[in-house]
Design a protein around this ligand. Structure first.
Ligand SMILES: Nc1nc2c(c(=O)[nH]1)N[C@@H](CNc1ccc(C(=O)N[C@@H](CCC(=O)N[C@@H](CCC(=O)N[C@@H](CCC(=O)O)C(=O)O)C(=O)O)C(=O)O)cc1)CN2
Ligand SMILES: [Zn+2]
Length: 765
């Protein structure tokens, strides 16, 4: 009984082998064959470590993104890259990144006659970003199964018990964008023909099971989309192979009867987030159907409580017999590869953790306990029990002072002294800014030299003083450049930060960080989320020295730069033993101390980034308000302890605000800088006087592109902004930080931005 499987494995490699290979290829430093070989070696290695499960995924590997892979498999290429006569892989990278090569390892490189990159958007509530499929009313599909077939052949040759993995048609359609505003659902019949053809090809290869991912089933579906599911799966039920319909990231709720009614041979449920649906699912499923339960959390890095899982799973397993399958809750794409590499991690904390390799082993142990009895895995269970017990009682996890401080939180902590109009008047007197003040979002280019210097410092090859001097040099360069450019509110440029979240995680008590815990964010770009394991406190100031040094170099206002509590939370691996809201309040108190220390050090403008506030929204709208309430409360705790004269900025780099504008306004930052450049300022409609009374810096150019915006273009955009928002409340700034850009792009772009602000001051009354 109990077949085990894996829904997907991280592809970047335990030491980021794929990232290095991609970037070398894009820079022209290695050949196509080298890249292909690295891909094959990674797949082989990943199948080897998955040998402990009965069925391993095939097709989960990608050279950039699994949605983009699906677009190529379905022959859904944007018009602009059709007819390309070069190599298919290069064309694939043209869609992913704009023009294929040369260029640095960043997302969009489209310029100078190249092609525009596909739009990128985050995958459900993760920090992974996919390339959005593009549709038009006239879109035709054409099957190209070559990628899947090649990987299937590879798997077979290596003796892998293969289960091809594809994105399901409804999720694929739902996540794509109709470029001409047409009805995407009208494409479903055409799309299904290609899916049916694909399944037939796989069946002809002798494939028994295909995993078809439909995570959209854990969200609220509008009526047309429920019918789409019915039509789709009726059309794909050929009897030639078996379909495992995979849902993950949450509960099915009202979609449970729909999911169970579809004519598939198996269904996967995220039994971590939706354990209370297991009984209903089994009751609603036809008795010949496989029920796959995701019993190990594929989104966090904690060891599973194996005995607790067995306690509820054993009766379920007896009832289901051979129909039970076991897996992690979702693809392991969102966790790091292998804990075994973390030799520097504190051994006690390490004993509490499981990365992808360890999570699959947990699935194996659970299955063995079900098949042969707990006695057969007694040693594994004992070790697991001991680790969890040590975590529960650890004094490093529990800090009574922090718990008491959270209990003492009073709404007054989150309130500014005066309402915005009074604060704004006082800030004007202190800052003396011109109309249309210019600023940037914080980071300046993270050059190879900066990263190498940090790498040497971390490896102990240079000492702290040398590192500090080098970073001071970078800060000084950055300040001088900004003075020459004529920017009004300066930043220090963030050279000392590896990442806007990891940097703070490294300095807060209650966090540990890994050496190789990389997780793909998009393309070749990775993040190493720090691990929030205990009650959070701030042993000492984290940014004051750097910001004060920067401020000492100039007479202009220097903006202090912090990451907000909600973003730190959402981009960390966080505790599973207390609500996220509690961890967030602890972060909020720690970051509040930093804000107050910056203020004490004479910093008059402080930016608190909340780039991931929207990302934390629950997948279901019915749960949004609860999240938004505590998220806004946490921001307010961090930000609002300052005097009226201190100007608080926040930054968010996404462009959908309509549905959460009341919460954004409730944060009560004096200035918010946002992404707008790609929407032609239209989204500022959400920020009319009633809904958003404070100051706004609508991003005037897209930092993801190396294109240099012209002065006219910026003036034009800002004039559109001024039609919607009074000029007195407008700032001029880029969309987001400049860390992934080169200085050679930043200087001309900001030069034009500053000229545009001058023109606006002279021409807009
Ligand atoms: N956490 C987080 N999530 C986010 C964003 C973000 O900024 N942070 N931005 C949005 C877009 N996502 C992004 C995610 C990653 C990167 C990014 O630039 N990542 C870097 C890694 C950044 C980093 O941690 N750098 C470290 C380590 C760098 C490194 O690889 N060092 C080399 C040596 C240096 C060298 O030779 O380059 C080594 O250790 O081997 C440092 O600077 O210290 C990358 O993949 O290249 C950008 C955007 C959404 N989500
Ligand atoms: Zn941003």
């Amino acid at each position: 009984m109990a077949t085990t499987h894996s829904l997907g494995f991280p592809r970047i490699g335990a030491k980021r082998e794929l990232k290095l290979a991609q970037e070398a290829y894009w820079k022209g430093l290695s050949s196509r064959d080298d890249l292909i070989a690295t891909g094959a070696a990674l797949r082989a290695a990943h199948w080897r470590v998955q040998a402990g499960v009965d069925l391993a995924p095939v097709g989960d590997f990608s050279f950039y993104d699994q949605m983009l892979d699906m677009s190529f498999t379905l022959g859904n290429l944007p018009e602009r890259v059709r007819g390309f006569t070069g190599d298919t892989l290069d064309n694939y990278f043209r869609v992913a990144r704009g023009r294929s090569a040369p260029g640095a390892g960043d997302h969009a490189e489209g310029c100078c006659g190249g092609v525009a990159a596909g739009e990128m958007t985050k995958w459900f509530d993760t920090n992974y970003h996919y390339i959005v499929p593009e549709f038009e009313a006239k879109t035709e599909f054409q099957l190209d199964p070559s990628r899947l077939l090649a990987q299937l052949a590879e798997a077979k040759a290596q003796g892998v018990k293969a289960k091809p993995v594809i994105i399901g048609p409804v999720t694929y359609l739902a996540l794509g964008k109709a470029k001409d505003g047409s009805d995407k659902l009208a494409l479903l019949p055409r799309l299904l023909l290609v899916y049916a053809e694909l399944l037939a090809v796989l069946a002809a290869e002798g494939v028994e099971w295909v995993q078809i991912d439909e995570p959209i089933l854990v969200t609220e579906l509008v009526p047309g989309w429920r019918e789409a599911f019915e039509r789709a799966y009726a059309a794909l039920n050929s009897g030639k192979l078996k379909l495992l319909l995979a849902t993950y990231f949450g509960a099915l709720k009202e979609n449970l009867p729909l999911a169970c009614s579809l004519p598939v041979q198996g269904i996967h449920l995220d039994a971590v987030n939706a354990r209370d649906e297991v009984t209903a699912l089994i009751a609603a499923c036809p008795t010949d159907r496989v029920v796959s339960l995701g019993v190990v959390n594929g989104r966090n890095i904690w060891k599973t409580d194996l005995e607790a899982v067995l306690d509820w799973l054993e009766p379920v397993a007896r009832a289901l017999g051979d129909r039970l399958w076991l897996a992690p809750s979702c693809s392991l794409l969102h966790v790091p590869v292998d804990l075994a590499n973390e030799t520097a991690l504190d051994p006690e904390v390490r004993s509490w953790l499981a990365f992808a390799v360890q999570k699959l082993d947990e699935v194996r142990v659970i299955a063995a306990a079900l098949r042969q009895g707990r006695g057969a895995v007694a040693a594994d269970l004992a070790a697991n029990r001991a680790a969890l017990a040590s975590r529960r009682v650890s004094s490093r996890v529990n800090n009574p002072e922090v718990k008491a401080a959270v209990a003492r939180i009073d709404p007054a902590l989150g309130r500014r002294q005066s309402p915005f109009p009074q604060r704004a008047a006082k800030q004007d007197l202190r800052l003396h800014l011109p109309r249309f003040p210019t600023t940037t979002i914080g980071s300046f280019p993270q050059t190879a030299e900066i990263r190498q210097t940090r790498s040497q410092f971390k490896a102990g090859k240079i000492d702290a003083a040398t590192y500090r001097a080098a970073m001071h040099g970078e800060i000084e360069r950055c300040v001088r450049e900004q003075e020459v450019l004529g920017l009004d509110v300066l930043v220090h440029g963030e050279p000392e930060r590896n990442d806007m979240v990891e940097y703070f995680g490294e300095q807060l008590d209650g966090y540990v960080f890994s050496q190789f815990g990389w997780v793909q964010s998009y393309g070749s770009r990775c993040v190493k989320p720090p691990i929030l394991f205990g009650d959070i406190s701030r042993p000492k100031a984290m940014t004051v020295e750097w910001i004060s040094y920067a401020a000492s170099l100039t007479d202009r206002p220097m903006k202090g730069m912090l990451t907000g509590p909600v973003t730190i939370l959402n981009w960390s691996f966080v505790r599973d033993d207390q609500p996220r809201s509690v961890s967030c309040r602890q972060l909020a108190l720690a970051m509040r101390e930093e804000v107050l220390d910056l203020e004490k050090a004479g910093i008059r403008v402080i930016q608190i980034d909340e780039a991931a506030l929207r990302e934390g929204l629950p997948l279901r709208r019915s749960q949004w308000q609860d999240y938004l309430d505590w998220a806004v409360e946490c921001f307010r705790i961090t930000a609002n302890g300052v005097d009226d004269e201190t100007q608080i900025h926040t930054h968010m780099c996404y462009s959908e605000f309509n549905d959460i504008i009341a919460s954004i306004a409730a944060m009560d930052a004096d200035v918010i800088t946002i992404e707008t450049s790609r929407s032609d300022m239209e989204l500022l409609d959400a920020f009319d006087d009633f809904k958003y009374p404070n100051q706004i810096g609508p991003g005037v150019y897209d930092i993801h592109s190396p294109n240099i915006p012209s002065e006219e273009h910026i003036v034009d955009l800002m004039k559109k902004a001024a039609e919607r928002i009074p000029a007195e409340r407008l700032w001029v700034n880029p969309d987001c930080g400049l860390k992934t850009r080169q200085w050679s792009e930043v200087i001309p772009a900001l030069t034009n931005m500053v000229s545009a602000a001058k023109t606006l001051r002279a021409t807009v009354v």
